[in-house]
Design a protein around this ligand. Structure first.
Ligand code: C2E
Ligand code: MG
Ligand code: MG
Length: 718
């Protein structure tokens, strides 16, 4: 019982002799105790549970149950193990004293009793018992704390090879039992064979130098389970006798190390792909550079970005996007794994590090190249490997990648510069039509700051109404009459002058500006077309160019519908032009969008036809109306028999699919005549007219009106 108040301590007197009990009671009460009595052992046992006395005075000589038997029984009762019992014996023989301790008595006192002494005896017995209880409690608490902390303490006397420790020490170390004496040898046996040498060396050094030491080792438990154990100890000599002692603790840190490992993983690896992240890549790059400077090595940083990844994310969802990134990560690893043919590496030096910087940006570090051109082999391998078709949740897709390469030490001597320059080279690869790689050149830095400022201006241009549309007439081959117009975007920048769409459309695509920009084009083109109709010109079909980026947006059909309605324009007077690659990148989504557009009643043309896949199979699958033959074929049509053959084939194919064919970039009469002979229905080009500002187009239409009159059925008429 904790917190004994001596004044209130309760003493149970067990004696069959009434007089003795009275005398004891008087004496103990005099000493300040509460007293209860039991006239025999049986009663004492019965009362013990209710009374919970702080101490018991127990007569040895009693009828029925004597004092020894009573004590033995009391010790077995709940709470009875530690209650102090003072045996009162009449026989001052050794045999009785021995027996008294054997049955668990705390102390004994002999008759005749010295009544003044009795109070003192009880007081010191209670005090000793309290100390014992406190000690017992703190030992229990320590054991519990050690168990919670998975930490056990130990002491080793190396000369005697004796080892002792707390229960938790034995549990953690897996040493069988603490009683039969553990030895250093058995402790060492519990260490994983591979760690034994370092374990022993550390211990010996500590003993020799009398200092502290710590180490982690793998311990093997009895069930062969492997745990990671942290050991800390200090060696010293005992003040007397020059005896060496080592004491310390061991702690089971298996879970801790696992979570540290996990934290390290999270801090240094990309959780989606398992590749190194930016921090680890930077670390590796730094390390490789330090070694590289010393050993005159050439290294390369490849910076790559997936082309049009965003579209896959937007159309198939993030889950598909994530899956794609994982597959790409795997392919990149495969591309560098077998780098032996490319680069010669020292053993144990990481040969190549592939990392994901974030989004769809990846980097590859190639160390120890024999010559700069070796980076090219890996880059080409990547360019070839990434576009292999991928089945993404039932959709077959293919992505390409653009790669920029910077070399150490020529393109930068620090990590930041190398990455920045590889990034600039990657942009160059993108602007050269994607799906290629480029080495860094000094001029690229100037280019990239120019690009940044252009992008800034572009952002403001829409608000400041710096965009306008020019219209290029499309002409019926047979009649020579204007039956359509292609709306071509112009940017009239106050600081830069007129800028070609070829220069700013890719930038608008990359920055996402293409979406509001296309909306503006559709609105403007619809409004203009309606205005011409209202002015009394014969109605023409207005073509607008839709960027591949824009095309992944389901809302494109909704946008067209909105502006057709807002301007009261019939859908047959609007045509959208798309490139083959925009359709091919994600055929299923493209088909859905085309069906929606078709459902609105407008027509669909494939722009720049012949430069991409030109596959008959996909044409059948899409609801297309018109093929626009790319002007690169038209240019040499009269001189290059190949081009003529291609156009002939395209026209034949189109006719079999009942598609209209329009030729772009017709500059000469020979070209026009040739195309007409081949069966082209319409043409567009400088021969008839350049793209015109709206007023000039109106003048042209006025002249047309004068020549032809207001025919209403010109669209599509041969
Ligand atoms: P495109 O759609 O193939 O447009 C035809 C381009 O060929 C126009 O160039 C036009 O001016 C030019 N062209 C027309 N006839 C001739 C000719 O006889 N000879 C030669 N050499 N060229 C001719 P432009 O206006 O510079 O546009 C270039 C490209 O920019 C367009 O090619 C189109 O892909 C894109 N673009 C233009 N406007 C838009 C737009 O509003 N949205 C989108 N997404 N792209 C646009
Ligand atoms: Mg076009
Ligand atoms: Mg074109």
């Amino acid at each position: 019982m904790a917190g004994i108040d001596q004044n209130k301590a309760l003493i149970l007197i067990v004696d069959d002799d009434h007089t003795m009990r009275m005398l004891m009671r008087a004496s103990l009460q005099q000493a300040g105790y509460e007293v209860v009595e039991a006239e025999n052992g049986r009663r004492a046992i019965e009362q013990f549970g209710d009374l919970q006395p702080d101490a018991i005075l127990l007569d040895v000589m009693m009828p029925e149950l004597d004092g020894f038997e009573t004590c033995e029984a009391l010790r077995k009762l709940p709470g009875g193990a530690h209650t102090p019992v003072l045996m009162v014996t009449g026989l001052e023989d050794l045999e009785s004293i021995h027996r008294a301790f054997e049955v668990g008595a705390t102390d004994f006192i002999t008759k005749p009793i010295h009544w003044v002494m009795l109070g003192y005896r009880v007081r010191y017995m209670l005090r000793a018992s309290q100390v014992f209880l406190d000690l017992h409690q703190s030992q229990t608490q320590l054991a519990e704390a050690q168990q919670l902390a998975k930490l056990g303490n130990w002491v080793l006397y190396p000369e005697a090879e004796i080892l002792s420790g707390s229960p938790e020490f034995f549990r953690i170390s897996g040493l069988k039992d603490s009683v039969s004496g553990a030895t250093l040898e058995r402790f060492t046996d519990s260490v994983h064979p591979d760690d034994r040498e370092s374990f022993t060396l550390a211990l010996e050094a500590a003993i020799r130098n009398e200092n502290s030491y710590s180490l982690d080792y793998r311990g093997i438990l009895n069930n062969n389970e492997e745990r990671i154990i942290h050991l800390k100890g200090e060696a010293f000599s005992s003040p007397a006798g020059r005896k060496k002692i080592i004491r310390g603790f061991i702690q089971d840190v298996t879970e801790l190390r696992k979570s540290e490992e996990q934290i390290r993983y999270l801090a240094y690896y990309d959780s989606l792909t398992g590749l190194a992240n930016r921090d680890l890549f930077n670390d590796r790059l730094q390390n490789a550079m330090s070694a590289g400077i010393r050993q005159n090595r050439i290294m390369a940083v490849l910076f790559l970005d997936l082309d049009r990844f965003k579209r896959i994310n937007d159309t198939l969802g993030h889950h598909a996007g994530d899956l794609l990134l994982k597959i790409v990560a795997g392919r990149l690893n495969d591309c560098v794994r077998d780098s032996d043919s490319v680069a010669r590496f020292e053993p144990n030096v990481p040969q190549a590090c592939v990392s994901r910087l974030g989004g769809d940006e990846f980097t590859v570090l190639l160390t120890d190249l024999a010559q700069p051109q070796d980076a090219l082999i890996v880059a080409q391998r990547i360019i070839d490997s990434i576009p292999r078709p991928i089945d993404l949740l039932g959709h077959e897709v293919s992505v390409t990648t653009s790669v920029g390469i910077s070399l150490f030490p020529s393109d930068g001597k620090d990590a930041e510069t190398l990455l920045k320059n590889a990034d600039a080279a990657m942009y160059e690869a993108k602007s050269r039509g994607r799906n290629n790689f480029q080495f860094f050149k000094e001029t690229l830095n100037a280019d990239s700051s120019e690009r940044l400022s252009l992008e800034n201006d572009l952002r403001k241009a829409l608000e400041r109404s710096e965009f306008l549309l020019h219209y290029q007439p499309q002409v019926n081959m047979k009649t020579g009459r204007v039956i359509g117009a292609e709306a071509l975007l112009r940017w009239n920048s106050p600081t830069r002058g007129i800028i070609s769409p070829a220069d700013f459309i890719p930038l608008a695509e990359d920055s996402g500006l293409i979406i509001p920009l296309t909306e503006w084009v559709i609105q403007e083109a619809c409004e203009q077309n309606k205005a011409w109709q209202l002015a009394g010109f014969h109605p023409v079909r207005m073509s607008v160019n839709i960027s591949g980026k824009q095309f992944s947006q389901q809302q494109i059909a909704e946008t067209c519908q909105r502006f057709l309605e807002a301007n009261g324009l019939e859908a047959q007077y609007l045509e959208v032009e798309l490139t083959e690659s925009a359709l091919m990148e994600n055929r299923e989504v493209a088909r859905e969008i085309l069906e929606l557009l078709k459902g609105l009643g407008l027509t669909i043309a494939i722009d720049d036809f012949g430069t991409g896949y030109s596959s008959l199979a996909y044409l059948k699958a899409f609801p297309i109306d018109t093929l626009k033959i790319d002007r690169s074929f038209v240019r040499d049509i009269t001189t290059d028999p190949n081009d003529a053959a291609i156009i002939r084939a395209i026209v034949a194919m189109a006719q079999s699919l009942e598609l209209k064919v329009i030729a772009e970039g017709v500059e000469t009469e020979e070209q026009r005549d040739f195309l007409q002979k081949l069966g082209c229905n319409e043409y567009q080009g400088f021969l008839f007219s350049r793209p015109l500002p709206p007023e000039e187009f109106a003048e042209l239409m006025t002249a047309e009106l004068a020549q032809w009159g207001p025919f209403l059925t010109c669209i599509g008429s041969d």
